[in-house]
Design a protein around this ligand. Structure first.
Ligand code: ADP
Ligand code: ADP
Length: 233
């Protein structure tokens, strides 16, 4: 079933007299459970498209249907609600709170979902176990390796059971071996039915996805099935 549908979306940024067409005419359909990589040169519109798909921003033109709902004209508050419910974000820089433990970082999104402290900690502990960090709950980010920090961030992204995991250069700050460990984790998440969209510059990382979409100048240049899927396991 379809989870993401964009119909001719465009995004225009205006900076004084300058007009930037970050996205020109992007129509894409993604089914539940797909694992997609977005590639393309710097400035091609990858982040803009991810921000729109992640409900961090709205398109200037066209429509975006997420999980059956038209989100293209929602207010910021409505978008925030959709985001909390539907999207788990993973970033290149992990974006963990440095003074909080792994468990606290992972439990953070649950505060807004109305769980009490015990429930939050139980769920966060399970999420940490699911990424292989059951014994790192009391560690703070600076006591963890880069790969472990990204696992904590992935556990946090999963905690509300989102419809989609959006990962922006998830291996951008990791060495090769650790990158493959994160790709192995994504493989497992995909096998469990999660929908994953990741932006990457690296062909070796994109190869783990089952579909590769290439952007150029705000347009989809190609959208192909990856018939040479890499496996980390
Ligand atoms: P990518 O992620 O592929 O590098 P972006 O989506 O970040 O591309 O950028 C696409 C184009 O839009 C670029 O020309 C960029 O300079 C421009 N752009 C992105 N964000 C903004 C913004 N907030 N204000 C003005 N221009 C922007
Ligand atoms: P990786 O090979 O995954 O990058 P590292 O070689 O950085 O991992 O770390 C190996 C082990 O050392 C990990 O189990 C991690 O928990 C521990 N470790 C790394 N950095 C620190 C630190 N600053 N304080 C405490 N333990 C650490």
């Amino acid at each position: 079933s379809i989870i993401i549908e964009t119909h001719h979306i465009s995004k225009v940024y205006r900076m004084g007299a300058e007009v930037i067409n970050a996205l020109q005419d992007v129509s894409i359909t993604i089914n539940r459970g797909e694992y997609v990589a977005f590639m393309g040169p710097s400035g091609s519109g990858k982040s803009t498209l991810m921000n729109i798909i992640g409900c961090l921003d709205t398109p200037t033109g066209g429509t975006y249907i997420l999980n059956g709902n038209d989100v293209s004209n929602m207010t910021d508050n409505e978008l925030a609600e959709v985001r909390n419910k539907e999207i788990g974000f993973v970033f290149q820089t992990f974006n963990l709170l440095p003074r909080q433990t792994s468990l606290e970082n992972v439990a953070l999104p649950l505060i807004y979902a109305g769980y009490n402290k015990t429930q939050r900690e139980e769920r966060a502990q399970k999420a940490l176990e699911s990424v292989g960090l059951g014994n790192r709950g009391k560690h703070k980010p600076n006591e963890l390796s880069g790969g472990q920090r990204q696992r904590v961030a992935i556990a946090r992204a999963l905690i509300n059971d989102p419809s989609i995991i959006l990962a922006d250069e998830p291996t951008g700050n990791l060495d090769t071996k650790t990158s493959y460990e994160i790709m192995e984790l994504f493989e497992n998440l995909h096998a469990k039915g999660n929908t994953i969209i990741m932006v990457t510059h690296e062909e070796d990382i994109a190869k783990y996805a089952h579909r590769i979409v290439r952007l150029r100048d705000g347009l989809i240049e190609s959208d192909t099935v990856n018939d040479n899927i890499a496996t980390a396991a």
